[in-house]
Design a protein around this ligand. Structure first.
Ligand code: SF4
Ligand code: SF4
Length: 88
């Protein structure tokens, strides 16, 4: 479930945005498509597997630009993107 993205104005001034993501680590199947598309390289595989034995994707520190690429790419809708600071 995604409760923010896409939202009005998301594509406007996208490069100046800052954000963060939350990943449902129990839904994630470890395809890592999100990692492959993240321009900020702020998603990584977890070090500990989930209940299904999958090393789920997880957020890896700051630098998210709220571009939404990971949300769009995830086949199982595991990722929620939050915009934490908009462009002025
Ligand atoms: S794209 Fe979705 S299912 Fe694939 S690793 Fe990322 S969060 Fe997990
Ligand atoms: S919203 Fe963009 S920058 Fe942020 S984690 Fe997802 S792909 Fe990376």
């Amino acid at each position: 479930m995604c409760n923010l993205y896409p939202a009005a104005g998301v594509l406007h001034n996208r490069m100046a945005k800052k954000g963060r993501i939350e990943i449902d680590g129990e839904k994630c199947k470890g395809c890592y498509l999100c990692i492959s598309v993240c321009p900020a390289k702020v998603i990584e595989p977890a070090e500990i597997p989930n209940k299904q034995g999958v090393f789920a994707a997880r957020a890896a520190g700051g630098g998210c630009v709220a571009c939404g690429s990971c949300y769009v790419m995830c086949p199982d809708i595991c990722i929620t993107v939050f915009e934490t600071e908009g462009a002025s």
